[in-house]
Structure formats: structure tokens, C-alpha cells
Design a protein around this ligand. Structure first.
Ligand code: GDP
Ligand code: MN
Length: 347
């Protein structure tokens, strides 16, 4: 085994891995959505809203992925709604299956325990395929792989503000690897051994942690335990080659070999977030504060008045002030200034 795995250093990527600007000033980037045929109506809504707030000016392409063929109706309705080129892909079976090494009796027993605890998706097999796919496989799909950056979009989301800049260009110009709008705490019952396994991986790969990592965002005791803080991955603007890096692929493989995605209910959000926090330079993680965003049950609304003139939301409704949010932890751990009027919104 290669015990010398190095953290992800965007500055030292070979020139061939660094993206060029496209002739029209755009970045080599796309929206990426995982969806089922039955998600069509909710997916169309998300596309309409993002087109209205942003993409009607840019026409970035969209990629839709599904574990089965998209219906003709799905394809034509989406094609009518998106302003950029659209491609539809099917996920290979190897990326959406229960590995042979999983003890299925034990797995089902564990799901019953999670059900008793009232955990959402406790006994859902498809949800686990989704989480594992979004953790370790989406970026290997040929339709995604050809892009340098992607913006993940789910059904039933909303964008509350006009986005009158290009977030992909921002990522590229500022050497950002990972961008988010909402950060919250994970339910500990879904990830009992995720941190223990992460620590075991780090013991084998001591150089994996970036010297300027954001460990203090995800741990309150220098790595002894995980505090559950993660970026909500249903919105995610990130660099494809971070996931393709040696450090991330080895981390994913390590986690996957424990079968924790099946025995427990590991989400792609804590997996992505732990990786981004540990393996990249903290300066390459970006909070897209000005992108007002809603995913069913919670939203982020910016606070500053200038930005709010372009938004349809009330900062009082922001998840950011609830006990579940990790945004205040983000400001302190990353040593970023709190918004001036932050305290006026604390209840
Ligand atoms: P939640 O946001 O964690 O409650 O989970 P969602 O139900 O929104 O699922 C997350 C994403 O995965 C969404 O984009 C869904 O459309 C997609 N998804 C979830 N389950 C499946 C599935 O079985 N097949 C496919 N193709 N997509 C799925
Ligand atoms: Mn969702």
C-alpha cells in the first residue's frame, strides 16, 4: 500500500489538469443532477428556478444521471426547460449495487435498529446507493468527468436571489475547490463509525491531512471526535479533480471497504465535507453567502441589505440561526468575520 498519500494541492496540479477558459468566457463546467423519472415535475421546477436566477445569462450545460434509463417524457421536458445543452446518462450497475462482501443479514438487522431510532431512510436500500454513488462514483461518470467544475442541483430546490456573477468563474479565478451555501450538523446515529474509520485511514496516510486543513471546523477536540458539521451537499459547487485525486479515491475506497455505507447510513455530505476539510487547503473552501438557497425544510438567506435587494427571502427564516446550523462554527473556525448585522438575527 502507498502510505505516502499527499493532501490535495490545487497549485501543484499539472498544467494539463488545470482548466482553460472556453472561448465564450465560460468555464468548463456543468450542472449535475441525479434523479429518478418520478422526480420529473420537481426537477423541472429546480431547472426553471436556476435558469431564471442565473443560467439564462450563461447557458451552462446540464447533466442528468439515473440508475435506469430516463423516459422520453423526462428528456423532452427537461430539454424544453434548460437553456444549455443537456445530456442524460445511466449509472453502471457496479456503481449502484450491494458489494458481495456485505453480510446482508447483518445489514438488515442494523436497519431495524435504525428504524427503531426513527432515523430517516433507516431501511432504504436505494438511499444508500444514492449516498454511496454521490460519495465515490458520480465524478467517474464520463458525462461528468469531462468537466472541471460542477454544480449539484436536486429536485424541489429553489434559488432565492439573482445570481449576477458566475460562481464557476469565481471558483476558477480564486483557486477554490469546494463551495457551499448551507452547513448543518449530521445525525450521529447515521455515522457511528465514520470518524473512527477516518482516523484509521489517517493513521495509514499521515500526510493526507493538508498542513492548512480545516480540522477545527469538523472537530472541537483536535480530531478526537467529529462534531457532525458538514456542508449540505444537495447544493455543491466543486472541482471534479478533487474527487479524482489519490487522497480522495484512497479515502473513499477505504471507507467503502468497511461497508459502512450499507451497515450504517453514511451520507455523502459528511464524507465530502470531512474530505474537503482535511485534504484541501482551508482557503480553497468557499461559502457562497450571496446565493440564497432552499432545499425542502431549510434555506439560507443572505443578511446584507445590498444583496437582499435581489432576493425573495427573509433572513429570519434562515437555517443559519438554528441550533442545527454550523455556520457560526464556520465563521469562527475559518476566522472569517461574522456579518455586521448577524447578532440582530439571533433569537
Ligand atoms: P434527501 O435530500 O437527503 O432527502 O434525498 P433526496 O430524496 O432528495 O435524494 C437526493 C438526490 O438523489 C436527489 O437528486 C434525488 O433525485 C436522487 N435520488 C435519490 N434516490 C434515488 C434513486 O433511487 N435513483 C435515482 N436515480 N436518484 C435518486
Ligand atoms: Mn434532496
Amino acid at each position: 500500500a502507498d502510505y505516502q498519500t499527499k493532501s490535495f494541492d490545487i497549485a501543484s496540479l499539472p498544467e494539463s489538469k488545470r482548466s482553460e477558459w472556453l472561448p465564450n468566457g465560460r468555464v468548463n463546467a456543468a450542472f449535475v443532477s441525479l434523479a429518478r423519472n418520478q422526480d420529473l415535475a420537481d426537477m423541472v421546477q429546480s431547472v426553471q428556478r436556476l435558469e431564471r436566477r442565473f443560467n439564462h445569462k450563461y447557458h451552462y450545460p446540464w447533466v442528468f444521471l439515473n440508475d435506469e434509463e430516463f423516459s422520453d417524457e423526462f428528456k423532452s421536458r427537461i430539454n424544453e426547460t434548460a437553456s444549455g445543452h443537456v445530456e442524460f446518462g445511466v449509472i453502471p450497475k457496479e456503481h449502484w449495487c450491494i458489494p458481495e462482501s456485505v453480510n446482508q443479514d447483518m445489514m438488515h438487522e442494523n436497519w431495524e435498529h435504525l428504524k427503531e431510532k426513527g432515523i430517516l431512510y433507516a431501511d432504504s436500500e436505494s438511499y444508500r446507493h444514492m449516498c454511496r454513488f454521490e460519495s465515490g462514483f458520480f465524478y467517474r461518470h464520463p458525462l461528468v468527468k469531462k468537466y472541471d467544475y460542477y454544480w449539484r442541483v436536486e429536485p424541489s430546490v429553489d434559488f432565492w436571489c439573482d445570481v449576477d456573477f458566475d460562481p464557476f468563474a469565481y471558483m476558477k479565478e480564486n483557486n477554490k475547490v469546494y463551495g457551499f451555501t448551507i452547513t448543518v450538523t449530521e445525525y450521529a446515529d447515521t455515522i457511528p463509525t465514520l470518524w473512527e474509520n477516518t482516523r484509521n485511514f489517517l493513521k495509514l496516510h499521515p500526510n493526507a491531512v493538508h498542513p492548512n486543513s480545516a480540522l477545527n471546523f469538523i472537530s472541537d477536540n483536535d480530531g478526537k471526535t467529529y462534531n457532525g458539521c458538514h456542508f449540505w451537499t444537495n447544493f455543491e459547487i466543486a472541482k471534479v479533480d478533487f474527487w479524482e485525486s489519490d487522497v480522495y479515491s484512497q479515502y473513499f475506497d477505504y471507507l467503502d471497504n468497511t461497508n459502512g455505507f450499507f451497515y450504517e447510513r453514511w451520507g455523502d455530505a459528511p464524507v465530502h465535507s470531512i474530505a474537503a476539510a482535511l485534504f484541501t487547503d482551508r482557503e480553497s473552501i468557499h461559502f457562497f453567502n450571496e446565493i440564497g438557497y432552499w432545499h425542502p425544510s431549510s434555506g439560507h438567506c443572505p443578511l446584507d441589505e445590498q444583496t437582499l435587494t435581489k432576493c425573495e427571502c427573509n433572513p429570519h427564516d434562515s437555517i443559519d440561526f438554528s441550533g442545527w446550523s454550523c455556520l457560526s462554527k464556520y465563521y469562527t473556525a475559518f476566522e472569517r468575520p461574522f456579518p455586521e448585522n448577524w447578532s440582530t438575527f439571533l433569537i
